[in-house]
Design a protein around this ligand. Structure first.
Ligand code: CA
Length: 446
């Protein structure tokens, strides 16, 4: 019996490896029949010009990582001579720990980050005091995140505007359940925490008092949503679509509704690697920019979904990814169909400037919002400290050089590091030239 089971697993293993092998040899038909084009081969001449031929970067299997994966799969990094090795990270804290190790210690040199993780790793604020200076090089994606709510609160009809959809909901929930409404995210004091806080506070709900916010790994959150111990999950695509598809809950609000064309996750690397490898850094940025341009084209969405769906990358059905990439959602407790690419993940172009460029006005917001909630006392306590840290960590000069060397048209090369005033769904204005006014205008703070 034992032998037979072992034999079967060997056969299964051989089948799996032959499948993987055929996936590496050129241009096989894809699982779904979607066309998958040949990748661009490594440019040996370009590689010879670089200080190093390779870089190890981390990613998490959410759509923010798509430009890195597409850069590898389509050969955009190879075109500029760089062999980018992507390592899937089991969690944000694992990514942080691997960054501290660096590739010399078996870790990574950088990759995909929620903000302000790179700033706080630089300051030692989330690494037990160990300062590992990092630089932010580009924005990976805008939008494509949301607040998913459990079926157990479908009656609550949670939506963007809670004042009209769900007045008094959180007080009633606490009275009825004998505990507060619980919402989770997979890493504290960064993007997903900030989005759920912004949404609640703008609706008059105090995230520090009226609800319980928790750091919980995604699988445990889904289990909690299933068994009634967790009510909401602030997360990135394709999780909200998976929750909807698995009938665990519904999409209460998208982050695109909260703040149109908002900054989401970023590419950031260790400063020591960037300083030692300036040409390879530019090659990395050029490949990334080209991957982002490719990803934003409507005709490439199906192929992107196919490439991202494999076990090596996201291990999610391609149809689900294609819907998310196209901005197709079922929104709200009544599952209204939304089909609007402008409200889905954006990688390159928008009516609010170039997505990839790391506008300092946007990276600053994460530090201002950290001030609002008093997230990092002793590290960022004033607007002046936030500005100084932002200036130290964001290297938009490298992005601009890469864009110029690529020969991008003038319209695609920003001329200011500020995107100007930002307006949130509740009418609140963030003017990056006057963050104090923004902070003063907020009624609920930490
Ligand atoms: Ca995210």
């Amino acid at each position: 019996m034992k032998k037979r089971r072992r034999f079967l697993s060997l056969v299964a293993g051989a089948m799996a490896s032959s499948f993987l092998l055929s996936g590496c040899l050129g241009n096989p038909p894809s699982r779904s029949g979607r066309p998958v084009a040949e990748p661009i081969p490594l440019n040996a001449q370009a590689a010879a010009q670089l200080e190093t031929g390779t870089v190890s970067l981390g990613f998490l299997p959410i759509l923010e990582a798509a430009p890195l994966v597409i850069g590898v799969e389509k050969g955009f990094f190879a075109k500029h001579g760089l062999d980018v090795k992507l390592a899937k990270q089991s969690s944000w804290s694992a990514a942080r720990d691997n960054l501290v190790l660096g590739s010399a210690g078996g870790g990574i040199e950088g990759g995909q980050w929620q903000l302000p993780m790179p700033q706080m790793i630089s300051e030692g604020a989330i690494t037990n005091g160990k300062k590992v200076p990092m630089v932010v090089l580009a924005m990976l994606m805008s939008q494509g995140n949301g607040i998913a709510a459990a079926n157990t609160v479908r009656d609550g009809n949670l939506s963007l505007d809670l004042r009209s959809s769900s007045p008094g909901f959180f007080q009633r929930f606490s009275q009825k359940e004998g505990r507060k409404f619980r919402a989770s995210y997979s890493f504290p004091r960064a993007n997903q925490d900030l989005w759920v806080r912004y949404w609640l506070a703008a609706n008059g709900v105090n995230p520090n008092k009226d609800v319980e916010l928790l750091t919980v790994p995604a699988p445990e959150t889904l289990q909690g949503m299933r068994n009634g111990t967790m009510e909401a999950f602030s997360t990135g695509d394709p999780w909200p679509s998976r929750i909807e598809q698995q009938d665990l809950g519904y999409l209460a609000a998208t982050t695109a509704q909260i703040w149109k064309v908002h900054p989401e996750e970023y590419l950031a690397l260790r400063s020591d690697w960037v300083d030692k490898h300036p040409k390879a850094t530019l090659a990395l940025l050029k490949g990334l920019i080209e991957a982002q341009m490719w990803l934003d084209k409507p005709e490439n969405k199906a192929e992107a979904a196919e490439l991202l769906s494999t076990r090596k990358w996201f291990n999610v059905p391609p149809d689900l990814l294609e819907q998310s990439l196209k901005g197709q959602y079922q929104l709200g407790a009544k599952a209204a169909s939304v089909n609007d690419p402008k409200m889905g993940p954006l990688y390159w172009s928008s009516d609010r400037g170039v997505i990839s460029y790391p506008y300092k006005s946007l990276t600053l917001w994460f530090l201002i919002e950290s001030l609002r909630w008093k997230f990092y006392p002793g590290v960022v306590d004033t607007v002046a400290e936030a500005r100084a840290l932002n200036e130290r960590v964001v290297r938009d000069d490298l992005w601009l050089r890469a864009a110029k060397e690529l020969g991008l048209p003038a319209k695609d090369i920003p001329t200011s590091s500020s995107r100007g005033k930002e307006v949130f769904f509740d009418g609140t204005v963030y003017d990056p030239s006057n963050p104090e006014a923004y902070l003063n205008s907020l009624r609920i703070k930490g």
